[in-house]
Ligand binder design. Structure first.
Ligand SMILES: Cc1ncc(COP(=O)(O)O)c(C=O)c1O
Length: 503
Protein backbone atom coordinates (compact mmCIF):
# COMPACT_ATOMS: atom_id res chain seq x y z
CA UNK A 1 0.00 0.00 0.00
CA UNK A 2 1.43 3.36 -0.92
CA UNK A 3 0.04 6.65 0.26
CA UNK A 4 0.68 8.94 -2.69
CA UNK A 5 1.89 12.42 -2.17
CA UNK A 6 2.05 14.85 -5.08
CA UNK A 7 5.62 15.05 -6.23
CA UNK A 8 6.85 18.12 -7.93
CA UNK A 9 8.48 21.27 -6.83
CA UNK A 10 6.59 24.47 -7.33
CA UNK A 11 7.96 27.98 -7.66
CA UNK A 12 6.79 30.66 -5.22
CA UNK A 13 3.70 32.56 -6.34
CA UNK A 14 5.90 35.66 -6.66
CA UNK A 15 8.16 33.83 -9.08
CA UNK A 16 5.16 32.95 -11.29
CA UNK A 17 4.13 36.56 -11.52
CA UNK A 18 4.97 38.49 -14.72
CA UNK A 19 4.73 42.24 -14.37
CA UNK A 20 3.80 43.06 -17.98
CA UNK A 21 0.96 40.57 -18.13
CA UNK A 22 -2.70 41.69 -17.98
CA UNK A 23 -4.45 38.91 -16.04
CA UNK A 24 -7.80 37.82 -17.42
CA UNK A 25 -10.63 38.83 -15.08
CA UNK A 26 -14.37 38.38 -15.55
CA UNK A 27 -15.55 41.04 -13.19
CA UNK A 28 -15.14 44.17 -15.31
CA UNK A 29 -18.12 45.85 -13.61
CA UNK A 30 -16.36 45.50 -10.27
CA UNK A 31 -13.21 47.04 -11.72
CA UNK A 32 -15.24 50.02 -12.94
CA UNK A 33 -16.67 50.49 -9.43
CA UNK A 34 -13.18 50.22 -7.95
CA UNK A 35 -11.95 52.97 -10.34
CA UNK A 36 -14.85 55.23 -9.30
CA UNK A 37 -14.14 54.64 -5.60
CA UNK A 38 -10.43 55.34 -6.11
CA UNK A 39 -11.22 58.64 -7.83
CA UNK A 40 -12.79 59.86 -4.55
CA UNK A 41 -9.62 59.27 -2.48
CA UNK A 42 -7.54 62.44 -1.97
CA UNK A 43 -4.42 62.44 -4.13
CA UNK A 44 -1.96 62.67 -1.18
CA UNK A 45 -3.40 59.47 0.37
CA UNK A 46 -2.85 57.38 -2.74
CA UNK A 47 0.21 55.15 -2.87
CA UNK A 48 2.90 56.18 -5.31
CA UNK A 49 4.23 52.71 -6.13
CA UNK A 50 2.43 49.58 -7.26
CA UNK A 51 1.72 47.04 -4.46
CA UNK A 52 4.05 44.06 -4.59
CA UNK A 53 1.41 41.44 -5.13
CA UNK A 54 1.66 38.69 -7.76
CA UNK A 55 0.25 39.65 -11.13
CA UNK A 56 -1.71 36.50 -11.94
CA UNK A 57 -5.17 35.55 -13.10
CA UNK A 58 -7.66 33.86 -10.78
CA UNK A 59 -7.17 30.44 -12.38
CA UNK A 60 -3.39 30.70 -11.98
CA UNK A 61 -3.77 31.48 -8.27
CA UNK A 62 -6.27 28.62 -7.77
CA UNK A 63 -4.00 26.13 -9.57
CA UNK A 64 -0.95 27.23 -7.64
CA UNK A 65 -2.57 26.74 -4.24
CA UNK A 66 -4.34 23.51 -5.26
CA UNK A 67 -0.95 22.06 -6.29
CA UNK A 68 0.62 23.19 -3.01
CA UNK A 69 -2.23 21.64 -1.01
CA UNK A 70 -1.53 18.32 -2.74
CA UNK A 71 2.15 18.47 -1.82
CA UNK A 72 1.31 18.39 1.88
CA UNK A 73 1.01 15.06 3.63
CA UNK A 74 -1.72 14.82 6.23
CA UNK A 75 -3.84 12.35 8.10
CA UNK A 76 -6.46 12.50 5.30
CA UNK A 77 -3.84 10.94 3.00
CA UNK A 78 -2.21 8.30 5.19
CA UNK A 79 -1.03 7.45 8.72
CA UNK A 80 0.87 10.07 10.72
CA UNK A 81 2.43 7.90 13.47
CA UNK A 82 3.89 10.80 15.50
CA UNK A 83 4.32 9.60 19.08
CA UNK A 84 3.06 12.00 21.77
CA UNK A 85 0.94 13.73 19.13
CA UNK A 86 -2.13 11.46 18.74
CA UNK A 87 -2.67 12.31 15.09
CA UNK A 88 -6.01 10.57 14.78
CA UNK A 89 -8.37 11.05 11.87
CA UNK A 90 -10.85 13.78 12.76
CA UNK A 91 -14.36 12.90 11.59
CA UNK A 92 -15.63 15.33 8.96
CA UNK A 93 -18.98 15.59 10.74
CA UNK A 94 -17.25 17.58 13.54
CA UNK A 95 -15.66 19.92 10.98
CA UNK A 96 -18.96 20.39 9.19
CA UNK A 97 -21.01 21.13 12.30
CA UNK A 98 -18.33 23.31 13.85
CA UNK A 99 -18.14 25.35 10.62
CA UNK A 100 -21.78 26.41 11.03
CA UNK A 101 -22.00 30.24 10.93
CA UNK A 102 -23.70 30.05 14.35
CA UNK A 103 -20.36 28.85 15.69
CA UNK A 104 -17.73 30.57 13.56
CA UNK A 105 -19.47 33.95 13.35
CA UNK A 106 -19.97 34.33 17.10
CA UNK A 107 -18.73 37.55 18.60
CA UNK A 108 -17.24 37.60 22.11
CA UNK A 109 -19.27 40.71 23.01
CA UNK A 110 -22.58 39.12 21.98
CA UNK A 111 -25.41 39.26 24.48
CA UNK A 112 -25.36 36.09 26.60
CA UNK A 113 -29.02 35.41 25.82
CA UNK A 114 -28.10 34.98 22.16
CA UNK A 115 -25.35 32.37 22.85
CA UNK A 116 -27.09 30.05 25.28
CA UNK A 117 -26.54 27.03 23.00
CA UNK A 118 -22.76 27.46 22.90
CA UNK A 119 -22.65 28.16 26.62
CA UNK A 120 -24.58 24.95 27.27
CA UNK A 121 -22.02 23.02 25.21
CA UNK A 122 -19.18 24.61 27.22
CA UNK A 123 -20.97 23.88 30.49
CA UNK A 124 -21.55 20.24 29.51
CA UNK A 125 -17.91 19.91 28.42
CA UNK A 126 -16.81 21.12 31.87
CA UNK A 127 -19.02 18.39 33.36
CA UNK A 128 -18.02 15.64 30.89
CA UNK A 129 -14.29 16.34 31.14
CA UNK A 130 -14.62 16.31 34.95
CA UNK A 131 -16.26 12.87 34.71
CA UNK A 132 -13.70 11.55 32.23
CA UNK A 133 -10.74 12.67 34.37
CA UNK A 134 -12.24 11.99 37.82
CA UNK A 135 -12.04 15.66 38.78
CA UNK A 136 -14.69 18.11 40.05
CA UNK A 137 -14.44 21.21 37.87
CA UNK A 138 -12.76 22.33 34.65
CA UNK A 139 -11.78 25.54 32.95
CA UNK A 140 -11.77 25.63 29.16
CA UNK A 141 -9.58 28.75 29.09
CA UNK A 142 -6.06 27.49 28.22
CA UNK A 143 -5.48 27.56 24.45
CA UNK A 144 -2.91 24.70 24.38
CA UNK A 145 -1.49 21.83 26.39
CA UNK A 146 1.60 23.72 27.52
CA UNK A 147 -0.65 26.61 28.55
CA UNK A 148 -2.71 24.14 30.63
CA UNK A 149 0.49 22.99 32.34
CA UNK A 150 1.43 26.57 33.10
CA UNK A 151 -2.03 27.09 34.63
CA UNK A 152 -1.53 23.93 36.72
CA UNK A 153 1.88 25.10 37.92
CA UNK A 154 0.46 28.52 38.86
CA UNK A 155 -2.38 26.84 40.79
CA UNK A 156 0.14 24.69 42.68
CA UNK A 157 2.16 27.79 43.50
CA UNK A 158 -0.82 29.83 44.72
CA UNK A 159 -2.19 26.90 46.74
CA UNK A 160 1.05 26.66 48.73
CA UNK A 161 1.49 30.43 49.10
CA UNK A 162 -2.10 30.72 50.42
CA UNK A 163 -1.25 28.10 53.04
CA UNK A 164 1.88 30.03 53.99
CA UNK A 165 4.17 27.32 52.61
CA UNK A 166 6.50 29.69 50.77
CA UNK A 167 9.46 27.29 50.94
CA UNK A 168 7.72 24.89 48.53
CA UNK A 169 9.62 25.86 45.42
CA UNK A 170 10.56 22.52 43.83
CA UNK A 171 8.70 20.69 41.08
CA UNK A 172 9.56 17.04 40.46
CA UNK A 173 9.53 16.09 36.77
CA UNK A 174 10.55 12.69 35.32
CA UNK A 175 13.43 12.93 32.88
CA UNK A 176 11.26 11.17 30.29
CA UNK A 177 8.69 14.01 30.46
CA UNK A 178 7.57 16.13 27.55
CA UNK A 179 9.83 19.19 27.34
CA UNK A 180 6.93 21.52 28.10
CA UNK A 181 6.65 20.08 31.67
CA UNK A 182 9.98 21.41 32.98
CA UNK A 183 9.50 24.57 30.90
CA UNK A 184 6.06 25.35 32.41
CA UNK A 185 7.35 24.63 35.92
CA UNK A 186 10.34 26.92 35.42
CA UNK A 187 8.11 29.66 33.96
CA UNK A 188 5.96 29.49 37.10
CA UNK A 189 9.11 30.02 39.18
CA UNK A 190 9.83 26.45 40.35
CA UNK A 191 13.20 24.71 40.56
CA UNK A 192 12.92 21.60 38.39
CA UNK A 193 14.14 18.36 39.99
CA UNK A 194 14.62 15.50 37.51
CA UNK A 195 13.51 11.97 38.39
CA UNK A 196 15.14 9.10 36.48
CA UNK A 197 13.35 6.21 34.80
CA UNK A 198 13.92 2.66 36.10
CA UNK A 199 14.84 -0.18 33.67
CA UNK A 200 11.21 -1.39 33.71
CA UNK A 201 10.23 1.90 32.08
CA UNK A 202 8.51 3.33 35.16
CA UNK A 203 9.42 6.30 37.34
CA UNK A 204 12.21 5.27 39.73
CA UNK A 205 10.35 5.44 43.06
CA UNK A 206 13.50 5.09 45.18
CA UNK A 207 15.08 8.04 43.35
CA UNK A 208 11.85 10.00 43.85
CA UNK A 209 11.90 9.29 47.59
CA UNK A 210 15.50 10.50 47.81
CA UNK A 211 14.63 13.99 46.53
CA UNK A 212 11.19 14.37 48.13
CA UNK A 213 11.29 17.00 50.86
CA UNK A 214 9.28 19.75 52.54
CA UNK A 215 10.36 21.96 49.64
CA UNK A 216 8.51 19.74 47.14
CA UNK A 217 5.53 21.64 45.72
CA UNK A 218 4.34 18.98 43.30
CA UNK A 219 5.03 16.28 40.75
CA UNK A 220 4.23 16.56 37.06
CA UNK A 221 3.64 13.16 35.56
CA UNK A 222 1.88 11.52 32.69
CA UNK A 223 0.47 8.02 33.06
CA UNK A 224 0.91 6.11 30.75
CA UNK A 225 4.29 7.81 30.53
CA UNK A 226 6.06 8.92 27.36
CA UNK A 227 7.36 5.36 26.82
CA UNK A 228 3.71 4.27 26.65
CA UNK A 229 4.14 2.33 29.92
CA UNK A 230 1.53 2.51 32.68
CA UNK A 231 2.99 3.59 36.03
CA UNK A 232 1.82 0.67 38.18
CA UNK A 233 3.02 2.31 41.43
CA UNK A 234 1.03 5.47 40.85
CA UNK A 235 -1.05 5.22 44.05
CA UNK A 236 2.12 4.77 46.13
CA UNK A 237 3.65 7.79 44.34
CA UNK A 238 0.53 9.91 45.02
CA UNK A 239 0.57 8.93 48.69
CA UNK A 240 4.24 9.88 48.98
CA UNK A 241 3.59 13.31 47.47
CA UNK A 242 0.43 13.97 49.47
CA UNK A 243 2.30 12.91 52.62
CA UNK A 244 4.42 16.03 52.08
CA UNK A 245 1.42 18.22 51.20
CA UNK A 246 2.66 18.33 47.58
CA UNK A 247 0.20 18.25 44.68
CA UNK A 248 -0.02 15.73 41.84
CA UNK A 249 -0.24 17.19 38.32
CA UNK A 250 -1.29 14.94 35.43
CA UNK A 251 -0.12 15.78 31.91
CA UNK A 252 -3.17 14.47 30.02
CA UNK A 253 -2.12 15.70 26.59
CA UNK A 254 -2.50 12.16 25.31
CA UNK A 255 -5.34 10.44 27.15
CA UNK A 256 -5.92 7.98 24.31
CA UNK A 257 -4.48 4.95 26.10
CA UNK A 258 -6.76 5.13 29.15
CA UNK A 259 -9.88 6.98 27.96
CA UNK A 260 -12.95 5.53 29.67
CA UNK A 261 -10.85 2.84 31.41
CA UNK A 262 -9.10 4.57 34.33
CA UNK A 263 -9.16 8.17 35.54
CA UNK A 264 -6.31 10.40 36.75
CA UNK A 265 -8.50 11.52 39.69
CA UNK A 266 -8.74 7.91 40.89
CA UNK A 267 -4.95 7.52 40.68
CA UNK A 268 -4.50 10.38 43.16
CA UNK A 269 -3.93 13.31 40.81
CA UNK A 270 -5.19 16.75 41.87
CA UNK A 271 -4.90 18.67 38.58
CA UNK A 272 -4.98 17.54 34.96
CA UNK A 273 -4.83 19.20 31.58
CA UNK A 274 -6.23 17.64 28.43
CA UNK A 275 -5.27 18.40 24.86
CA UNK A 276 -8.67 18.62 23.16
CA UNK A 277 -6.69 18.89 19.91
CA UNK A 278 -5.31 15.37 20.38
CA UNK A 279 -7.44 12.88 22.29
CA UNK A 280 -10.73 14.61 21.59
CA UNK A 281 -10.14 14.96 17.91
CA UNK A 282 -10.23 18.71 17.44
CA UNK A 283 -7.47 18.42 14.84
CA UNK A 284 -4.06 19.91 15.36
CA UNK A 285 -1.15 20.80 13.19
CA UNK A 286 -0.45 24.07 11.46
CA UNK A 287 -0.24 25.80 14.81
CA UNK A 288 -3.72 25.42 16.23
CA UNK A 289 -6.08 26.61 17.48
CA UNK A 290 -5.84 24.21 20.38
CA UNK A 291 -7.70 23.54 23.59
CA UNK A 292 -5.86 22.74 26.83
CA UNK A 293 -8.74 22.34 29.31
CA UNK A 294 -7.62 22.14 32.97
CA UNK A 295 -9.60 20.14 35.52
CA UNK A 296 -9.09 20.03 39.29
CA UNK A 297 -10.24 18.31 42.44
CA UNK A 298 -12.84 20.12 44.60
CA UNK A 299 -10.38 21.76 47.01
CA UNK A 300 -8.70 23.55 44.05
CA UNK A 301 -11.92 24.65 42.28
CA UNK A 302 -11.60 28.29 43.31
CA UNK A 303 -8.08 28.51 41.86
CA UNK A 304 -9.15 27.88 38.25
CA UNK A 305 -8.65 30.61 35.64
CA UNK A 306 -11.77 32.65 34.91
CA UNK A 307 -14.29 32.75 33.46
CA UNK A 308 -15.87 29.32 33.78
CA UNK A 309 -19.42 28.63 32.60
CA UNK A 310 -22.10 28.27 35.25
CA UNK A 311 -25.88 27.58 35.23
CA UNK A 312 -27.88 29.84 37.55
CA UNK A 313 -31.04 27.73 37.41
CA UNK A 314 -32.45 29.87 34.59
CA UNK A 315 -29.64 30.36 32.10
CA UNK A 316 -25.95 29.81 31.41
CA UNK A 317 -23.64 32.60 32.54
CA UNK A 318 -19.93 33.32 32.84
CA UNK A 319 -18.65 33.08 36.40
CA UNK A 320 -15.75 35.37 37.30
CA UNK A 321 -15.95 35.39 41.10
CA UNK A 322 -13.75 32.42 41.98
CA UNK A 323 -12.25 33.57 45.27
CA UNK A 324 -8.67 32.31 44.71
CA UNK A 325 -8.50 32.31 40.91
CA UNK A 326 -5.08 32.63 39.30
CA UNK A 327 -6.85 35.10 36.97
CA UNK A 328 -7.18 35.12 33.23
CA UNK A 329 -4.95 33.03 31.05
CA UNK A 330 -6.13 34.05 27.60
CA UNK A 331 -8.45 36.39 25.73
CA UNK A 332 -12.21 36.20 26.27
CA UNK A 333 -13.35 32.56 26.78
CA UNK A 334 -10.44 30.60 25.27
CA UNK A 335 -10.63 28.83 21.91
CA UNK A 336 -14.30 27.90 21.64
CA UNK A 337 -14.26 26.08 18.26
CA UNK A 338 -12.05 23.17 19.47
CA UNK A 339 -14.42 22.83 22.43
CA UNK A 340 -17.36 22.51 20.03
CA UNK A 341 -15.52 19.91 17.92
CA UNK A 342 -14.64 17.88 20.99
CA UNK A 343 -18.23 18.19 22.22
CA UNK A 344 -19.44 16.68 18.94
CA UNK A 345 -16.79 13.93 19.13
CA UNK A 346 -17.68 12.93 22.70
CA UNK A 347 -21.46 13.09 22.01
CA UNK A 348 -21.06 10.99 18.86
CA UNK A 349 -19.07 8.27 20.65
CA UNK A 350 -20.91 8.30 23.98
CA UNK A 351 -20.22 5.07 25.90
CA UNK A 352 -18.11 3.85 22.94
CA UNK A 353 -15.45 6.37 24.01
CA UNK A 354 -13.61 3.58 25.78
CA UNK A 355 -13.16 1.76 22.45
CA UNK A 356 -10.77 4.59 21.55
CA UNK A 357 -8.45 3.33 24.28
CA UNK A 358 -9.05 -0.34 23.57
CA UNK A 359 -8.34 -0.09 19.85
CA UNK A 360 -5.43 2.35 20.11
CA UNK A 361 -3.73 0.12 22.70
CA UNK A 362 -4.33 -2.96 20.54
CA UNK A 363 -2.94 -1.19 17.45
CA UNK A 364 0.12 0.00 19.35
CA UNK A 365 1.03 -3.42 20.70
CA UNK A 366 0.35 -5.13 17.37
CA UNK A 367 2.78 -2.80 15.60
CA UNK A 368 5.30 -2.97 18.44
CA UNK A 369 5.45 -6.76 18.18
CA UNK A 370 6.44 -6.40 14.53
CA UNK A 371 8.87 -3.45 14.71
CA UNK A 372 10.67 -4.18 17.98
CA UNK A 373 11.62 -7.67 16.76
CA UNK A 374 13.54 -6.43 13.73
CA UNK A 375 17.30 -6.86 13.60
CA UNK A 376 19.13 -3.82 15.01
CA UNK A 377 16.01 -2.57 16.84
CA UNK A 378 15.40 -2.70 20.60
CA UNK A 379 12.95 -1.43 23.23
CA UNK A 380 15.64 -0.41 25.78
CA UNK A 381 13.15 0.16 28.66
CA UNK A 382 10.37 -2.16 29.77
CA UNK A 383 11.32 -5.23 27.72
CA UNK A 384 8.47 -7.75 27.78
CA UNK A 385 5.85 -5.23 28.93
CA UNK A 386 2.74 -4.14 27.07
CA UNK A 387 2.37 -0.52 26.06
CA UNK A 388 -0.65 1.76 26.06
CA UNK A 389 -1.07 4.46 23.37
CA UNK A 390 2.50 4.51 22.02
CA UNK A 391 5.87 2.77 22.07
CA UNK A 392 9.50 3.80 21.69
CA UNK A 393 12.14 1.79 19.84
CA UNK A 394 15.88 2.42 19.56
CA UNK A 395 17.97 2.05 16.38
CA UNK A 396 21.24 2.43 18.30
CA UNK A 397 22.34 -1.11 17.40
CA UNK A 398 21.40 -0.55 13.75
CA UNK A 399 23.53 2.61 13.72
CA UNK A 400 26.52 0.77 15.20
CA UNK A 401 26.22 -2.14 12.77
CA UNK A 402 25.30 -0.34 9.54
CA UNK A 403 25.85 3.40 9.98
CA UNK A 404 22.11 3.96 9.42
CA UNK A 405 20.60 6.28 12.06
CA UNK A 406 17.08 6.74 13.42
CA UNK A 407 16.87 9.86 11.25
CA UNK A 408 17.83 7.89 8.12
CA UNK A 409 15.11 5.32 8.86
CA UNK A 410 12.57 8.13 9.31
CA UNK A 411 13.57 9.65 5.94
CA UNK A 412 13.27 6.26 4.27
CA UNK A 413 9.71 6.00 5.59
CA UNK A 414 8.86 9.22 3.73
CA UNK A 415 9.94 7.56 0.47
CA UNK A 416 7.54 4.72 1.16
CA UNK A 417 4.64 7.12 1.51
CA UNK A 418 4.46 7.42 5.32
CA UNK A 419 4.79 10.38 7.60
CA UNK A 420 7.78 9.87 9.89
CA UNK A 421 7.16 9.16 13.58
CA UNK A 422 8.52 11.42 16.33
CA UNK A 423 12.29 10.98 16.49
CA UNK A 424 14.91 11.59 19.19
CA UNK A 425 12.27 12.00 21.94
CA UNK A 426 12.04 11.06 24.80
CA UNK A 427 15.63 12.05 25.45
CA UNK A 428 16.31 9.01 27.65
CA UNK A 429 16.32 6.66 24.62
CA UNK A 430 19.11 7.10 22.08
CA UNK A 431 18.44 6.91 18.30
CA UNK A 432 14.75 6.40 18.88
CA UNK A 433 11.41 6.45 17.13
CA UNK A 434 8.32 7.19 19.22
CA UNK A 435 5.41 5.60 17.39
CA UNK A 436 1.68 6.14 17.89
CA UNK A 437 -0.82 4.80 15.36
CA UNK A 438 -4.06 5.68 17.21
CA UNK A 439 -7.37 3.86 16.97
CA UNK A 440 -8.21 5.25 13.53
CA UNK A 441 -5.67 3.20 11.54
CA UNK A 442 -6.75 -0.10 10.00
CA UNK A 443 -4.83 -3.37 10.37
CA UNK A 444 -3.88 -3.10 6.66
CA UNK A 445 -2.29 0.31 7.19
CA UNK A 446 -0.43 -0.87 10.29
CA UNK A 447 0.82 -3.95 8.40
CA UNK A 448 2.00 -1.69 5.59
CA UNK A 449 3.90 0.52 8.05
CA UNK A 450 5.47 -2.57 9.67
CA UNK A 451 6.49 -3.86 6.21
CA UNK A 452 8.08 -0.50 5.41
CA UNK A 453 10.17 -0.72 8.62
CA UNK A 454 11.16 -4.29 7.77
CA UNK A 455 12.21 -3.33 4.23
CA UNK A 456 14.26 -0.34 5.46
CA UNK A 457 16.08 -2.35 8.13
CA UNK A 458 16.90 -5.11 5.61
CA UNK A 459 18.20 -2.49 3.19
CA UNK A 460 20.29 -0.94 5.96
CA UNK A 461 22.19 -4.23 6.31
CA UNK A 462 22.55 -4.85 2.54
CA UNK A 463 22.82 -1.37 0.92
CA UNK A 464 23.10 1.21 3.76
CA UNK A 465 24.04 3.98 1.32
CA UNK A 466 20.58 3.70 -0.25
CA UNK A 467 18.87 4.36 3.10
CA UNK A 468 21.24 7.19 3.90
CA UNK A 469 20.46 8.99 0.65
CA UNK A 470 16.68 9.04 1.20
CA UNK A 471 14.22 10.62 0.60
CA UNK A 472 14.26 10.56 -3.17
CA UNK A 473 10.50 10.35 -3.86
CA UNK A 474 9.34 13.44 -1.97
CA UNK A 475 8.74 16.98 -3.21
CA UNK A 476 11.84 18.12 -1.35
CA UNK A 477 14.98 15.95 -0.98
CA UNK A 478 16.88 15.61 2.30
CA UNK A 479 17.29 18.96 4.01
CA UNK A 480 20.55 20.03 5.53
CA UNK A 481 19.40 19.98 9.15
CA UNK A 482 21.83 22.70 10.23
CA UNK A 483 20.74 25.10 7.49
CA UNK A 484 17.08 24.23 8.02
CA UNK A 485 17.37 25.22 11.69
CA UNK A 486 19.33 28.39 11.01
CA UNK A 487 17.23 31.52 11.58
CA UNK A 488 18.46 33.05 8.34
CA UNK A 489 17.92 30.02 6.13
CA UNK A 490 17.87 31.32 2.57
CA UNK A 491 14.51 30.24 1.18
CA UNK A 492 12.59 32.13 -1.50
CA UNK A 493 10.28 33.45 1.27
CA UNK A 494 13.27 34.65 3.27
CA UNK A 495 14.71 36.34 0.16
CA UNK A 496 11.38 38.05 -0.49
CA UNK A 497 11.07 39.29 3.11
CA UNK A 498 14.65 40.54 3.00
CA UNK A 499 13.88 42.41 -0.23
CA UNK A 500 10.86 44.13 1.38
CA UNK A 501 12.85 44.98 4.49
CA UNK A 502 15.76 46.57 2.64
CA UNK A 503 13.66 48.45 0.10
C1 LIG B 1 2.86 14.74 26.72
C2 LIG B 1 2.63 16.13 26.21
N1 LIG B 1 2.47 17.13 27.08
C3 LIG B 1 2.25 18.40 26.68
C4 LIG B 1 2.21 18.74 25.34
C5 LIG B 1 2.03 20.18 24.95
O1 LIG B 1 0.83 20.41 24.24
P1 LIG B 1 0.69 21.65 23.24
O2 LIG B 1 1.53 21.34 22.06
O3 LIG B 1 -0.77 21.76 22.92
O4 LIG B 1 1.18 22.87 23.98
C6 LIG B 1 2.38 17.72 24.39
C7 LIG B 1 2.37 18.06 22.94
O5 LIG B 1 3.02 17.46 22.13
C8 LIG B 1 2.59 16.38 24.82
O6 LIG B 1 2.74 15.38 23.96
Amino acid sequence: MAFRQAKWSEPMIFELSKSDKQPFMVDSEFREQAREALAKIPEHLLRSTEPEIPNLSEVEVVRHYTKLSQMAYGVDLGPVPLGSCTMKYSPKISEELASDPRVVDLHPYQDLDSVQGILEMMYLMQRWLSDITGMDECSLQPPAGASGEFVGALIIKKYHVDKGNTSKDEMLVPEAAHGSNPASSAMAGFKVIKIPTAPDGETDVEALKSVLSDNTAGLMLTNPNTLGIFESKIVEISDLLHGRDALMYYDGANLNGILGIVRPGDMGFDIVHLNLHKTFSAPHGGGGPGGGAVCVKGRLKDYLPVPIVDFNGRKYVFKYDLSKSIGRITWFYGNVVPVVKSFIYISALGPALKEVAEVSVLNTNYLMQKVARLKGVSLVYGEGRWRKHEFVVSFEKLLKETGVSAEDVAKALLDRGFHAPTIYFPLIVKEDHMIEVTETETKENIDALARAYEEIVELAYSRPELVKSTPVNTSVRRLDMLTANHPKTVTPTYKYIERLRTR
